[in-house]
Design a protein around this ligand. Structure first.
Ligand code: NAP
Length: 323
């Protein structure tokens, strides 16, 4: 555990998979003094109290942020604007206000108008997750060896950005900074489009009358199974992602459709060379992903095992800066 916490009081608004994993990891690494949590419904707040990963569970978003020097909003992106408006009058001067949303431009535009002077808005996106939701899904290792992308708005306070970066590094993440617009374009390709394809394929299989439901399930190891895992992702979260990142997703979808047409043509014409060349190229991409250690959606269990007590990461790792 580090000797002095990076933040005295962390407020988590929303404690599903992402928020509860932050709480577990922050506590395990000793990077915050007190963790205050809240959620939309009384049922979730009650469950968070039972799970015990927060020091305090409060009933309102306003109460959660009072006195906090780090506030992380961990809710579906469509809620970001209204929640920013709700908490704005209660934010502490000098606090960092961040989020974890999978889309950054829309979140920044929705939150920024409400942020009072003296509060540092620094949106972020930990590129880590599973298909599970809710406070029971959280694990301390979720962010280990995963990227957390910070998208500080123009003119953001450099010291505050570095402090937030140090927080995410302490949770085990690698930190990268980029503009919100660039983030949305990159993630449209690497995350949003694949989810859209998975949702489509699983829906199509469900609709096929000649393939019975049981056969789809029985032979799912043929590739379908991997799509079903992605297509099991939270409907609210993904509805909001596609609505909020509409332009970038449509742009990537256009490119994808053109490539799909080329493959369709190759199959129709029996053009084996075109198919072989394409599959060779994609195999190389897969190998590149494996080489840089991003080949699994599962947390990096090379570090602490989830069922064992979590040991703090080595201090230089936990608190190193970005230079
Ligand atoms: P989740 O498991 O469904 O949890 C969402 C949490 O937000 C719940 O605790 C919910 O409370 C709370 N909430 C919703 N509206 C709220 C409001 N108005 N005020 C206070 N709390 C509210 O979702 P998640 O997977 O953690 O995702 C959260 C965010 O992380 C999303 O923006 C998503 O884009 C981003 N993200 C997700 C992943 C992933 O793989 N899941 C990865 C990276 C980033 P109730 O339970 O009471 O409704």
């Amino acid at each position: 555990m580090s000797e002095q916490p990076l933040f005295e009081r962390l407020a988590l608004i929303g404690v599903g998979l992402i928020g509860s994993s932050i709480a577990h990891a922050a506590r395990a690494q000793g990077v915050v003094g007190t963790i205050v949590a809240t959620a939309r419904t009384a049922a979730t707040r009650q469950r968070v109290t039972e799970l015990g990963f927060a020091d305090q569970v409060v009933d309102t978003n306003a109460a959660a942020v009072a006195g906090a020097d780090l506030v992380i909003v961990c809710i579906p992106v469509g809620q970001s604007g209204p929640v920013a408006q709700e908490i704005a009058p209660h934010l502490k001067h000098g606090a960092i206000l961040s989020d974890v949303g999978s889309v950054k431009t829309a979140v920044r535009d929705a939150m920024a108008p409400h942020v009072p002077p003296g509060v540092h808005l620094i949106p972020a996106h930990p590129v880590a997750g599973t298909e599970h939701s809710g406070p029971d899904a959280g694990i301390a290792e979720l962010y280990v060896n995963r990227w957390c992308i910070l998208t500080p708005p123009a003119g953001a306070d450099a010291a505050a950005v570095e402090r937030l970066a140090a927080f995410w590094r302490a949770l085990g993440a690698n930190v990268e900074k980029m503009s919100a617009e660039h983030h949305d374009l990159v993630l449209a390709m690497t995350s949003h489009l694949p989810h859209l394809i998975a949702y489509t394929i699983v829906g199509t299989a469900e609709d096929l009358s000649e393939v019975t439901r049981s056969e789809v399930l029985k032979f799912s190891a043929g590739g379908f199974r991997d799509f079903t895992r992605i297509a099991a992702s939270d409907p609210t979260m993904w509805r909001d992602v596609f609505l909020a990142n509409k332009d970038a997703v449509l742009e990537m979808l256009g490119t994808f459709s053109e490539d799909l047409s080329q493959l369709t043509r190759a199959i129709r014409r029996g053009d084996g060379n075109a198919l072989f060349d394409h599959f060779t190229r994609t195999r190389a991409i897969r190998r590149g992903i494996v080489e840089i250690g991003q080949d699994s959606a599962a947390p990096d269990f090379g570090r602490p095992h989830p069922e064992l007590p979590v040991e703090p990461l080595p201090r230089p790792y936990a608190l190193s800066d970005d230079s």
